[in-house]
Unconditional design. Structure first.
Length: 503
């Protein structure tokens, strides 16, 4: 990973504190580059695909530069992403096939207004929007390597598969008349289980004595309806990320990401970063991973197709199966919503939805000229956040999405996997990602989450209720950056947070 060096710019306010930090950063990293000054282009993080936040911010808005003649296709995809899917059969096969077991009826039920989903704040509200991923984790290294090299990337739980479906089409479930276990007894297809979260609070105390309460989720599964989970099954709570700017992230050059990766930490800065290697069912090839919390999907086709199959229960050409396993006969026996090709969602409709996610614009920045934000920007570079939250790229040219190509973008991610330490680890590998690795999430739009849909819940499992909490959970390769952040004075910390809030 390349090093960044602190460089004093004349005219910056609060010089002394910054100066001391500069001396310390230079002394501790021996760096020789300087922090690039702010550019006008930063205020439009999606380049020409930047959206206005007036009258209010939404992350499911079309990129303003999408040509007029392409807009009907975008809106058709948007309708499919918004619409609630229904149980088969219906008079039309264009929107049926829900389930039999599923997590939600439509994409934007979880990615609310294009933003994140919401974690329940008490132990009695069942999880809806965030998901539970699960798989068998063995001590046997050869078996784990075989799993990483399989097209699933994991060893699914033999009975429940690799994702917990908490809803079902059974009328008893729709009317909440019985628990999943009671439904199973009455031969109604039950949801796999209900999931609840208990939060455990702990205090983080800054060197200056001030403190922040951090919370950690404990998963509680109730009414598991298909018998026991495998004793080696591990569970991972996943909050739904925001879905804007996906087409731009797809067009970051592979060579740019390879240049940032440093799997053996050759430069010895404590930060490695590597790409996941994942299966692409469309091209029938192994590709680098970019999307999902562990970068387990290579492109929009795979992440959207897997969401249809696993989250909504809609089979499609890339994921042709229903979410039922061989041990769930009640699920397998339900009527499907197949068309004449034997699919619930034909390829042309799948492509409409991937086209929709590719063309969601990135919101403009706010308060870019504010003195606190500008100082925070300097600190964001100086504390080493940029080593992983890589500020900017120029997208490659594209024949299919020409308006998204050749754009200078500011996503603040390297899309690489980093070991984030034991406190964030889920102990559940996925393809080449280990149980403690996570993909650096883009930070564009991160300061708007509360205004988009009220969900201010960061990190893969939504545990952080503020940007500050999210930073304080950083460990592993990011431990040094967290420490540098914690060692700042209260005013500098405030300014750094103001900068992230302005993204
Ligand atoms: C039940 C909630 C739920 C539904 C329904 C759902 N998603 Fe997701 N989505 C998630 C979660 C959770 C993740 C993160 C998954 C992971 O990495 O484990 C995700 C990840 C994504 C990503 C990757 C974002 C990134 O930064 O890498 C995209 C794009 C996406 N979903 C689009 C869709 C689309 C399109 C649909 C509808 C076909 C959909 N989702 C349906 C919860 C949902
Ligand atoms: C070693 C790489 C690395 C460094 C250095 C790093 N981060 Fe991160 N950051 C990550 C990863 C990986 C995640 C996701 C972790 C997870 O979901 O559990 C993350 C998550 C975040 C999030 C939550 C985003 C969201 O949408 O949930 C914020 C905010 C953030 N980082 C800010 C910062 C700031 C500020 C700094 C510098 C003080 C920093 N990071 C340093 C890798 C890094």
């Amino acid at each position: 990973m390349r090093r960044l060096c602190f460089h004093l710019k004349p005219g910056l306010s609060r010089l002394f504190g910054i100066f001391m930090l500069a001396v310390w950063v230079i002394a501790s990293s021996g760096c020789s580059e300087q922090i690039p000054g702010p550019e006008a282009a930063e205020t439009r993080p999606g380049g020409a695909a930047t959206t206005s936040i007036i009258p209010f911010p939404e992350l499911d808005k079309v990129t303003p530069n999408l040509p007029e003649q392409e807009r009907p296709l975008f809106y058709a995809g948007r309708a499919l992403a918004h619409q609630p899917w229904v149980k088969a059969p219906t008079i039309t096969d264009a929107r049926d096939g829900l389930g039999p077991i599923y997590n939600a009826r439509g994409c934007l039920a979880c990615h609310i207004r294009g933003g994140k989903s919401r974690m329940p704040d008490n132990a009695d509200t069942p999880l809806f929007g965030p998901l539970i991923r699960m798989s068998v984790v063995l001590d046997d290294a050869a078996a784990m390597t075989a799993a990483a090299n399989s097209h699933d990337g994991v060893i699914p739980d033999p009975v429940y598969g690799d994702q917990l479906q908490t809803q079902s089409i059974a009328l008893m479930h729709q009317l909440r008349q019985a628990t999943p276990t009671a439904m199973a007894e009455q031969q109604q297809v039950p949801p796999e289980a209900y999931a609840y979260i208990t939060w455990h609070e702990q205090a983080f105390i800054y060197p200056d004595g001030s403190s922040v309460s951090l919370r950690k989720p404990e998963l509680d599964l109730r009414y598991a309806a298909y018998g026991d989970f495998d004793t080696n099954t591990r569970f991972s709570v996943r909050n739904a990320p925001a879905i804007h700017g996906m087409g731009l992230l797809e067009l970051i050059a592979q060579s740019d990401l390879e240049a940032l990766a440093d799997p053996e930490d050759a430069d010895g800065n404590g930060i490695s970063g590597r790409q996941n290697r994942v299966w692409d069912a469309r091209s029938q090839r192994w590709l680098p991973g970019r999307f999902g919390h562990k970068a387990n999907r290579p492109n929009m086709d795979m992440i959207v197709a897997s969401a249809f199959a696993n989250d909504i229960g809609i089979s499609n050409p890339l994921f042709p199966s229903q979410p039922c396993t061989a041990y769930q006969p009640l699920c397998e026996q339900q009527r499907n919503g197949n068309d004449s090709q034997g699919m619930e969602l034909p390829d042309n409709l799948l492509r409409l939805v991937t086209n929709f996610t590719r063309n969601l614009g990135v919101p403009q920045r706010r308060n870019v000229d504010n003195a606190e934000v500008l100082e925070g920007r300097t600190l964001f570079y100086a504390t080493g956040c940029v080593t992983c939250h890589q500020p900017s790229y120029t997208t490659v040219a594209s024949t299919t999405q020409p308006h998204l190509g050749n754009q200078r973008i500011w996503p603040y991610t390297d899309l690489l996997l980093h070991d984030m330490g034991p406190a964030l680890a889920d102990g559940r590998p996925d393809f080449a990602a280990s149980g403690s690795e996570w993909r650096t999430p883009p930070l564009w739009g991160v300061g708007l989450m509360a205004r988009v849909n009220g969900s201010q819940q960061y990190l893969h499992d939504g545990r952080a209720r503020s940007i500050e909490e999210a930073i304080l959970w950083h460990g592993g390769e990011a431990a040094m950056a967290r420490q540098k952040f914690a060692d700042l004075g209260a005013e500098e910390r405030h300014n750094l947070l103001q900068f992230v809030e302005s993204l």
